[in-house]
Write a protein that binds this ligand. Sequence first.
Ligand SMILES: [Zn+2]
Length: 88
Amino acid sequence: MSTYLVTGNRYAEILYMLGQRGVSISCKQCGRSNFLIYEGNSPTFLLDDDDDLHSQSFPVVILLCQNCGFFAEHSSVVLDLVDMPIQE
Ligand SMILES: [Zn+2]
């Protein structure tokens, strides 16, 4: 999944799912509530038992404050926005 800007019903759905989990839809830095939302995959780098580096990506929603630029990521899986089991 490439990263894309979320609009319309999907934007409302994401705000609803965040609200259902008690997430405040105001910027933790500046207090405003004007976010752009993106969906995509966030890379994570992990070391295995032999200290070899592996990369893995996770589906996320990214909230970007249009006032101060602060952004936060939330797992799309945990928010039930995508169907993908969390691998352990
Ligand atoms: Zn802000």
